[in-house]
Design a protein around this ligand. Sequence first.
Ligand code: PPS
Length: 422
Amino acid sequence: MAFWSSTSAFTSKVPRKILFMFTLSLSVTYLFYSLMSCYNSLQFPLQENHVYQARVVTEETTSVAFREKLYSTTTHAYIDEDLIYKTSTVQTVTGYVVSTVDHSEDAESKRRETEWVGTPLAHTEMIAGGLNAVSGREHQESSTIDDDLSRRVNCTPDYGVKKLPQAIIIGVKKGGTRALLEALRVHPDVRAVGVEPHFFDRNYEKGLDWYRDLMPSTLEGQITMEKTPSYFVTNSAPKRIHSMAKDTKLIIVVRNPVTRAISDYTQTLSKRPEIPTFEVLAFKNRTLGLIDASWSALRIGIYALHLESWMQYFPLSQIHFVSGERLIVDPGGELARVQDFLGLKRIVTDKHFYFNKTKGFPCLKKPEDSSAPRCLGKSKGRTHPKIDSDVIHRLHKFYKPFNMMFYQMTGQNFQWEQEEMQ
Ligand SMILES: Nc1ncnc2c1ncn2[C@@H]1O[C@H](COP(=O)(O)OS(=O)(=O)O)[C@@H](OP(=O)(O)O)[C@H]1O
C-alpha cells in the first residue's frame, strides 16, 4: 500500500511529459544493446568479405580447442615488422580470420599452413577450417559445430543460400592459386571457401550435398568459388566437374614449369628435410640426361598433357589462364582479366595491392575497417634452394616442346623460354 501511495504521489508530482521521455530513452537504450549483440550476423553480407566473424585456424587446432577458443574475444595474433601475422592456435580476431587451410600438398600438406594473413573466412569456411584441422574427422562433426555456432555466435542464421561453385580454380599447384583466390575474395560478389575441399579428387564419394555444404552462403548475383590445384592433374576431375555443371568456369594459374617444380620441391623439403636433392630426383639417369617425368614435381608441369583431358569436356571459352608470373608483377592487370572472365564488375584493381618489400610480393592493402594489411603466409614465397644451372637448362629443354604445345592450345604465349635466355 505504502509503495502504491508513494508511486502515485511521485507520478502526480512529475510532469507526464518527463515520464514519457524517460520511458522512451530506456526503450531506445534497450533496443540499441539488442542490436549491438546481433552485430556480427547483421554485418554479413552488406560489406566486403572481410567483415565476417573471424577465426585463426592453424595446424595445432583440435576439435576441442576449436570449440573452446572459438568464442574467445581475446586477440592473440602476432604481427611482426613485416606486418605478417604469426599464429599458432585458434583465435578470434575481430573481423578477420588470420589463416586458412591449404591442402594442395599430398600427405604432408595435411598440416595446416598459414595463408593470407588477416584473410576473412565466412561462417562455413571457419567450419571447414576447423573440420580439416582434425584429420579424419567427418563432416557430420562440422555440422555440429555449425549448429553450435549458429546458436552462439549468430543472432540470425547465415544469409543467402549455399550453392555449388560456379567457378573453380583447378590449378596449378604452386602457380599462385592462393594469391589469386584471396584477391578475388575482396570482390563483394565473390564468396569462396577458404579451405581446399578436394572434392573432385579425394572426397567425391561424400557426394554433392557434402560439397555444397562446405560452401559459404551467397546472395543472388554472388559467385561461389573454391580452389583445389590438384584437380588439374586428376584424370577423373574434368568428367566429374562437367557432370556437376557443364557451364562451370575454370581458372588455371600457370607458371614456368621449371620454377613451379622447384617451388613444389621446396615445399616438400620444408616438411621432409631428409629427401634427396632436386638434382637427384629430377633424373632417371643424370649422366644420360634422362629426366624422370614420373616425378610429380615434374609431371605436373607438362601442362599440355593435362589440359587435353579438360578440353575433352570443356570448351576453351570456359577456361581462363592466369599467368603466375604476371600475377606477381601486375596483380591488378591479371585480376581485371579474371573479373571479366567471371562476368564481374572490375572492382579489385591495382588500388587494392601494394608491394611489400620484406615479403617480396604484392600484398592486399588493409581494408578500411582493419589495422592489418594482408600478405600471404610463410608457406607462400619461400626461398628456393639453388639448383645446378645445367639441371635448370636441361629442364627448360625438356619442357620446351610441351610449352609450345600449350601455347598453341591456349592461344597464349607465356614466354617461359625468355626466362631461360636471361
Ligand atoms: N602475392 C603473393 N604472395 C605470395 N606468393 C605469391 C603471391 N603471388 C603469387 N605467389 C606465388 O604463389 C606460389 C604458391 O602458389 P599456390 O598458392 O598455388 O601454392 S599451393 O599449390 O596452393 O600450395 C608461391 O610460390 P613460392 O614462391 O615458390 O613459394 C609464390 O611465388
